[in-house]
Design a protein around this ligand. Structure first.
Ligand code: AMP
Length: 183
């Protein structure tokens, strides 16, 4: 987890490759559905363009189906999900059905001014000044409570994301390795 521009995509990609498990980004799945104008893409487009969260009924089906696929049986890295407390509690229920281990939640912390600078430099369609401000607001309102949720579950790790990608990666890798040893 982490606000837009925190480095979730970059870091998830590297970890997924290293541990040979799929990187599941709800944002990437939605953008590809929009590019292909699938039924999901058509329904999600206006939300993604405006920086609003896509309604849960669309996202939850997508996650349920994706985690059932054969490549996801040994583990996965979710990027951009869960983004609401309802989504987190759905994931808990789903994991009780299909997996037996508790997930490890990681929050990448980066100051707002660094995020804005990074997002403007990235220049995705939803990375203009107004939409960025809105996405940060949505993050604070809807997603920040998810951090509290995992804090209470005792599965949260907070990582300083305002460092070089390599430094952040080292921190994440040691969290995952510790977790694997404990299990
Ligand atoms: P991201 O690539 O994670 O920054 O996501 C881009 C956009 O996709 C977000 O601004 C939302 O519109 C949508 N999105 C991605 N993940 C979710 C999610 N878990 N719940 C609702 N909307 C999402």
């Amino acid at each position: 987890m982490g606000p837009p521009g925190a480095g979730k995509g970059t870091q998830s990609e590297i970890l997924a490759e290293k541990f040979n498990i799929p990187h599941i980004s709800t944002g990437d799945i939605l953008r590809s559905a929009i590019a292909n104008q699938t039924p999901l893409g058509k329904k999600a487009q206006s939300y993604v363009d405006q920086g609003d969260l896509v309604p849960d009924d669309l996202i939850l089906d997508l996650i349920r189906d994706r985690l059932k696929q054969s490549d996801a049986q040994a583990g996965w890295i979710l990027d951009g999900f869960p983004r609401t407390v309802d989504q987190a509690s759905f994931l808990d229920d789903l994991l009780q059905d299909i997996h037996d281990n508790v997930p490890c939640a990681v929050n990448l912390e980066v100051p707002d001014q660094v995020l804005i600078h990074r997002l403007l430099a990235r220049g995705r369609k939803d990375d203009n000044q107004d939409i960025i401000t809105h996405r940060l607001q949505v993050y604070r309102e809807k997603t920040a409570p998810v951090i509290e949720y995992y804090l209470q579950q005792g599965t949260l790790h907070s990582v300083n994301g305002d460092r070089t990608p390599d430094e952040v990666h080292q921190a994440l890798q040691s969290i995952v390795e510790t977790k694997l040893q404990v299990n």
